[in-house]
Ligand binder design. Structure first.
Ligand SMILES: Cc1cc2nc3c(=O)[nH]c(=O)nc-3n(C[C@H](O)[C@H](O)[C@H](O)COP(=O)(O)OP(=O)(O)OC[C@H]3O[C@@H](n4cnc5c(N)ncnc54)[C@H](O)[C@@H]3O)c2cc1C
Length: 399
C-alpha cells in the first residue's frame, strides 16, 4: 500500500489488530494508548476458537487454560453438561494477551505511544487532526478503537447508540476444590443475561451481565449469591463492572477518513457478550478498508460501514434473536438445547466460528466470504480485492 499515515486510538484487540495489519502492509501507523502498558482490562478473558484463529501465535502463547466442557444451568432444571472439544474456550488474562497483540503490532512496524491519551479529534477534507498532551498531529486516516465509551466517536459525531448495551460485573476469586477446573459454567439466573464461572490459570473468574436496565441494580447481589452457591467467598475479591455495547451502533460506523472498530463500533455479540473475536475481526475489516483506499479501490473509507455490517450483521442478528428467546424463557431455551442435537450443533458452530464471517484460516482471509473461491480455504492468501459477501473480481470473471 502507499505510505498513508494512520492513527489508531486504543491498544485493545481491535486497535492492535488494525495497527499490525496496516503496518505489515506498509502504512505509517501510530497506535495511541491512554494507559501505560501493560494495562488491565475488565474482562472474563474467555477466547472462543473464533478469536483464537484470528490472533498471532504470541498472543495464543499467553493462554492459561483450555476448557472444553460447559455446564448450562437455568433455575431448577437439571444442569446440562456439554463436551465441546471443537469449541474449547481458551482462558487468558487480558493484561498479557493484549500486550502480546500490541507487541505484534510494534514488531510489524507500528509506533506504539502508550501513556498518551488522545484528548480530541477532528476531521478535515484532507486529513484528521488528533490532540494529545504533546500537541496536535495530522494523519491521513484515523481508526477509533478506544472501547466503551468511545470519546473519539463522540468528538467525530459518530456516537450513536448501540443496538443493545449490557452491564457486566466480574470478580476474581481463589479456586476451591469443590469446583472443576476443566468446566465453564453458564447460569441463566438473570433475565436477559447470565452469570459465568471461568476457571483461569490460578483463580476463578466469576461474572454476571444483563441487558435489562431494570436488573442492573440487582446484579451485584446476584453475583454474590452465585459465588456463594458455587461454594466461593465473594468477599475475597473486588467486584467491578463495565458496559458491553453489542449488535453494532445504529448510525454510521465510518466517514471519509475515520473508522470505528471493536467496542467503539459496538461489535460484541448480543447473546454471550463475547467481544474479543468480533473486535479483532472488525480490526481486520478496518485494515482492509484503509488498504483498499490506499490502493485506489475505494474513493474513501465510507464503504467500511457496509462491509462491517455485511460481515458481522447476520451473525449478530441471529444471536440477537437467540437472546430475545432466552430472555422470554430460559427454561424452554435450555430444554430445547437439551433435546435437540441440531440446536446444539448450531450453538457449537456459532461458538467455534464454523460459519461466516469466521470461516477462513489466516488473517486478512478471514473477512473473505467469497462464495466461489476456494483459494483462502486451501491455505493461500486471499486476493487483494476479496470482500465480505462480494465475489472476488477473478471469480466473477470465471463465472
Ligand atoms: C466484565 C466483562 C467481561 C467480559 N468478558 C469477555 C469474555 O470473556 N470474552 C470476550 O470475548 N469478551 C468479553 N468481554 C468483552 C470484551 O472485553 C470487549 O468486547 C473487548 O475488550 C473490546 O475490545 P476493543 O479493542 O474494542 O476495546 P478495549 O479492549 O476496551 O480497548 C480499548 C483501548 O482503548 C484505550 N483508550 C480509551 N480511550 C483512549 C484515548 N482517549 N486515547 C488512547 N487510548 C484510549 C483503552 O485504554 C483501551 O486499552 C467482557 C466485557 C466485560 C465488561
Amino acid at each position: 500500500m502507499s505510505t498513508l499515515s494512520v492513527a489508531v486510538v486504543g491498544a485493545g484487540p481491535a486497535g492492535s489488530t488494525t495497527a499490525r495489519l496496516l503496518a505489515e502492509r506498509g502504512a505509517r501507523v501510530t497506535l495511541f494508548e491512554a494507559a501505560r502498558l501493560p494495562r488491565s482490562k475488565l474482562c472474563g478473558g474467555g477466547l472462543t476458537p473464533k478469536a483464537q484463529r484470528l490472533v498471532p501465535a504470541a498472543a495464543m502463547a499467553t493462554v492459561d487454560r483450555r476448557v472444553d466442557r460447559v455446564e448450562l444451568r437455568a433455575g431448577g432444571l437439571r444442569p446440562l453438561g456439554l463436551q465441546i472439544p471443537e469449541a474449547a474456550i481458551a482462558m487468558v488474562e487480558r493484561t498479557r494477551f493484549d500486550l502480546a497483540l500490541t507487541e505484534a503490532a510494534a514488531t510489524a512496524g507500528a509506533v506504539v505511544r502508550d501513556g498518551e491519551p488522545v484528548s480530541g479529534a477532528a476531521e478535515q477534507a484532507d486529513g484528521v487532526t488528533l490532540r494529545t498532551d504533546r500537541g496536535e498531529e495530522r494523519f491521513d486516516a484515523l481508526v477509533a478503537a478506544d472501547g466503551e465509551p468511545s470519546h473519539t466517536a463522540r468528538w467525530l459525531g459518530l456516537a450513536t447508540p448501540a443496538r443493545r448495551r449490557a452491564l457486566a460485573l466480574e470478580v476474581d476469586l481463589p479456586f476451591t476444590e469443590r469446583l472443576p477446573i476443566d468446566t465453564a459454567i453458564l447460569d441463566y439466573r438473570v433475565p436477559a443475561g447470565y452469570a459465568w464461572y471461568f476457571p483461569k490459570g490460578d483463580h476463578a473468574n466469576l461474572g454476571i451481565g444483563s441487558y435489562r436496565a431494570a436488573r442492573h441494580g440487582a446484579l451485584r447481589a446476584e453475583l454474590t449469591r452465585f459465588a456463594r452457591d458455587l461454594g466461593l467467598d465473594p468477599d475475597q475479591g473486588r467486584i467491578r463492572g463495565h458496559w458491553i455495547p453489542t449488535g453494532l451502533r445504529r448510525g454510521q460506523l465510518a466517514t471519509r477518513r475515520v473508522l470505528l472498530a471493536g467496542d467503539a463500533a459496538a461489535t460484541a455479540d448480543p447473546f454471550f457478550g463475547e467481544g474479543i473475536s468480533y473486535a479483532v475481526l472488525s480490526g481486520v475489516v478496518a485494515a482492509q478498508a484503509v488498504d483498499d483506499w490506499a490502493g485506489g479501490w475505494l474513493a474513501d473509507l465510507r464503504a467500511y460501514d457496509g462491509r462491517l455490517r455485511r460481515a458481522l450483521g447476520p451473525a449478530l442478528g441471529r444471536l440477537g434473536w437467540i437472546a430475545r428467546l432466552a430472555e422470554l424463557t430460559p427454561f424452554v431455551a435450555l430444554t430445547v438445547v437439551r433435546l435437540s442435537s441440531t440446536v446444539r450443533e448450531s450453538a457449537v458452530d456459532a461458538i467455534a466460528g464454523r460459519r461466516p464471517p469466521f470461516v477462513m484460516e489466516g488473517h486478512c482471509e478471514l473477512a473473505c466470504l467469497c462464495p466461489d473461491c476456494e483459494g483462502p480455504r486451501a491455505g493461500g492468501r486471499a486476493p487483494e480485492r476479496c470482500w465480505a459477501g462480494e465475489p472476488h473480481a477473478a471469480c466473477k470473471e470465471r463465472s
